[in-house]
Write a protein that binds this ligand. Structure first.
Ligand SMILES: Cc1ncc(COP(=O)(O)O)c(C=O)c1O
Length: 440
């Protein structure tokens, strides 16, 4: 009998008792390859000695100091590292404890920026269908996952949604990827013009769509056009790199591959690698200056922001990534993972698409490859894949609702950056068996 309201009541969760490298172990001694890093979190795997040592040292020095009284060396150092490697123009960091908090803070910072500048008429947020930006009310208002929004709809603020980039299903046969991206950019601009460009605060998007679509990258030129459109209307571009950022796609920030710099960027999962709850908003200097030269305070705060222990974990994670040149490994092993997935599933009767970037790969499951017809949602194929994978000692991240929020299934694979070819072979083999068993 448990006293926890678990994610699913009645589900018998195994007890995680230990972890090392790419594996987690339950209290019965069974090992699981953590091929999804939980939910694309554990970028260095488990029990990394350098991260543990840094956290122990920080605990011995200082566990907590409230940010209305003090700053700390570790928080300052981490901000220096993040800004040094940030996209062009980013000058400051705002700390939070996770992805949803990062999005909440980014939305409010964007609004306050315009209030400080004397543009209080800007109140609209535009985001994309089939996106996930977090679970708190503001983040949920912006997100485009109908089933998650539904019970809370009366509590959400109104946002406006345009199409995501989802080539597999939504690019027309007679369209090049570039033309498809152009069509989507035009749709965004039409929406902005319909709302009135000077009433819009921000456009919010995941650079590579994570949990909702399953590691779906953008098409060439799309984000450049989005950047131009936002600039033309004075609208902020908020990129959500909570899942796809911090090295997951092979560059520290996914937007580097798009050649754009956002006004605000939310990061979280891979920032602390699961060693502590931490997220952050990275901001352009002009946003910092609008606050600093205006009211002097962002009207937003959390008790645990800039927590020294969380900052020490994140600082250690970021140092290990740089010291061990792990982004190169993400690129090398990411290509190998994509190749092995294509070999195993390229002709699989129930796999319609393999996509992704770096160690952020997704496969979309379909009942019929030719027509791309999804499985009947009642079959809960994604949950079955998860169960079959766990039974085989494999953690992957399957989700349903890929096509429209209800129909469709995909599996996200996001192993730690320390993975090697042998582990990838084991992941693909076990995943293949799990999918075969789940779809049989
Ligand atoms: C893209 C994206 N944004 C925001 C969030 C919310 O982060 P958290 O669960 O840490 O609140 C997630 C979580 O999966 C995410 O994938």
């Amino acid at each position: 009998m448990t006293h926890i309201l678990h994610r699913q009541t009645g589900h018998p969760y195994p007890v995680a008792a230990g972890g090392h490298g790419v594996c987690l172990r339950d209290d019965k001694g069974k090992e699981y390859i953590d091929a999804s890093g939980g939910a694309a979190v554990s970028c260095l795997g488990h029990s990394h000695p350098d991260v543990l040592a840094a956290m122990h040292a920080q605990l011995d020095r200082l566990a907590y100091a409230h940010t209305s009284f003090f700053t700390t060396e570790v928080a300052e150092e981490l901000a220096d590292v993040l800004v040094a490697d940030a996209p062009e123009g980013i000058s400051h960091v705002y700390y939070v404890s996770g992805g949803s908090e990062a999005i909440e803070a980014a939305l409010k910072l964007a609004r306050q920026y315009f209030v400080e500048r004397g543009e209080p008429q800007r109140r609209a947020i535009v985001a994309r269908r089939q996106s996930y930006h977090g679970i708190t009310s503001g983040a949920l208002s912006v997100g485009g996952r109908p089933l998650q929004r539904e019970p809370f709809e009366p509590l959400l603020f109104r946002t406006h949604h345009v199409s995501p980039v989802y080539e597999y299903r939504e690019r027309r046969a007679d369209e090049t990827p570039q033309a498809y991206g152009e069509r989507l950019a035009r749709e965004l601009e039409d929406k902005i013009e319909e709302l009135g460009g000077d009433t819009v605060i921000a456009f919010v998007a995941e650079t590579v769509v994570g949990a909702t679509l399953g590691a779906v990258p953008t098409v060439p030129g799309y984000f450049r056009r989005v950047r131009e459109i936002c600039d033309r209307h004075g609208i902020l571009l908020i990129l959500d790199e909570v899942m796809c950022g911090m090295g997951r796609t092979g560059t520290l920030h996914a937007c580097e591959q798009e050649g754009v710099s956002p006004d605000l960027m939310a990061i979280a999962k891979g920032l602390g690698g699961g060693y502590a709850p931490i997220g952050a908003v990275l901001m352009q200097d002009r946003i910092f200056r609008a606050i600093a030269g205006g009211s002097g305070a962002f009207k937003h705060s959390h008790t645990f922001m800039g927590h020294p222990l969380a900052c020490s974990a994140a600082l250690a994670v970021q140092r290990v990534i740089r010291r061990d040149n792990l982004l190169a490994n993400v690129r090398t092993q990411g290509s190998y993972l994509a190749r092995r997935l294509n070999e195993r599933f390229g002709n699989h009767p129930f796999v319609g698409d393999v996509r992704g970037r770096g160690l952020f790969q997704g496969i979309e499951l379909v009942a019929d490859r030719g027509s791309k017809r999804p499985f009947d949602a009642a079959r809960k194929i994604n949950a079955r894949v998860k169960g079959e994978a766990m039974a085989r000692g494999l953690m992957v991240y399957p989700t349903g609702g890929t096509v429209d929020g209800t129909l469709g299934d995909h599996v996200l694979i996001a192993p730690p950056y320390i993975v090697d070819a042998q582990i990838i072979d084991a992941i693909v083999e076990r995943l293949g068996d799990a999918i075969d068993a789940a779809t049989a």
